[in-house]
Design a protein around this ligand. Structure first.
Ligand SMILES: O=P(O)(O)OC[C@H]1O[C@](O)(COP(=O)(O)O)[C@@H](O)[C@@H]1O
Ligand SMILES: [Mg+2]
Ligand SMILES: [Mg+2]
Length: 329
């Protein structure tokens, strides 16, 4: 089986990008080891700090953020980084071709129950001259690479450099990522959806109606039974979508009117959307392709609907309907 280094060597990408991706991969091996040792390494539980999003940081959120920051600083190819766990962009040096955005630990609420967690990353080109928050505000179409690492029963890396999606499995013996799927392809159709149903009362009319029709199964307008899954870690839900298809959504809701969306554009929605599009799927807010959004801030949040192309297209048809004349749901 090809190693990550061998596969990257066969792709038409700059040597500096291959080096950066190797650095991200080798840091994820160290993170995987820390996650696997769990309570033995004293890494479980919470800190008494909140991040910029007002969420209490888990110890592992902080540890993994520091590991990635240190590795990227030492790498020399990265000018600045933006992280879920950093209030502001962190400038790493005057040289380097890239900006990196990352969610060091996705699925934080799963840590203490020994369930799926991961790391998500997005690589953007660095502009000429000084870097600032403004430098990061590039649409997802500008990403030169994106990926995630899933710390599951096996540790797996999903990666795109714009040449399809490759899946690698970490060989714990050698510490190397080996290519286990050279061309991930998301089936166009599906009978599986992923949504946090506990928010149902807070959704807007299009999502209420769409999910309502899925739940009606064979006797509803879709005339087909659907199954539901929810891992509570985007990285796990998107991995299932890449592996066997499905539709994943974290839609707009009015639970907290100050925060109508949950997922973050720069280090969750954009990298996952590039992976999904590169694997033949589709990704939208309901009204716009996620990759076309012009970001306004590094911690901006968005509605996300992604997965099997035909099913996402069907969901978008519900968003094209005018519900204003219909009674409140
Ligand atoms: O708590 P909920 O509503 O199930 O939300 C789960 C979602 O929140 C997230 O865990 C947010 O990510 P973080 O753990 O990085 O904050 C997503 O991965 C996941 O899809
Ligand atoms: Mg996350
Ligand atoms: Mg996180």
């Amino acid at each position: 089986m090809q190693t990550l280094a061998q596969t990257l060597a066969n792709q038409a990408i700059p040597a500096s990008l291959a080096q950066l991706l190797q650095t991200l991969a080798s840091t994820s091996v160290a993170i995987s080891n820390a996650v696997r040792r769990g309570a033995l390494a004293g890494v479980l539980g919470s800190t008494d700090h909140e991040n910029v999003q007002g969420e209490t940081q888990k110890k592992l959120d902080v540890i993994t953020n520091e590991m990635l920051k240190d590795a990227l600083r030492a790498d020399g190819t990265v000018r600045a980084l933006a992280s879920e766990e950093e209030d502001f962009p962190v400038v790493l040096g005057e040289h380097g071709d890239y900006l990196v955005c990352f969610d060091p630990l996705d699925g934080s609420s799963n840590i203490d129950i020994n369930s799926l967690v991961g790391t998500i990353f997005s690589v953007l080109p660095a502009p000429q001259g000084d870097v600032s928050e403004q430098s990061f505000l590039q649409s997802g179409r500008h990403q030169v690479a994106a990926g995630y690492v899933l710390y599951g029963p096996a540790t797996m890396l999903a990666l795109t450099t714009g040449q399809g999606v490759q899946l690698y499995t970490l060989d714990p013996q050698s510490g190397e990522y080996l290519l286990t799927n050279p061309a991930v392809s998301i089936p166009k159709d599906t009978a599986e959806f992923a949504i946090n149903m506990s928010n149902q009362q807070f959704w807007e009319a299009p999502m209420q109606t769409y999910i309502g029709d899925l739940l009606l199964g064979k006797i509803g307008p879709r005339e087909k039974s659907f199954n539901m899954r929810w891992i509570a870690a985007m990285v796990g839900d998107v991995h299932r979508v890449l592996s066997r298809g499905g539709i994943f959504t974290y839609p707009t809701d009015n639970k907290n009117p100050q925060k109508p969306y949950k997922l973050r554009l720069m280090y969750e929605a954009n990298p996952m959307s590039l992976l999904v599009e590169q694997a033949g799927g589709k990704s939208s807010t309901g009204y716009q392709d996620i990759l076309d959004i012009q970001p306004a801030a590094i911690h901006q949040r968005v509605a996300v609907i992604l997965g099997s192309a035909n099913e996402v297209a069907t969901c978008l048809e519900y968003h094209a309907v005018d519900y204003s004349d219909e009674p409140e749901l």
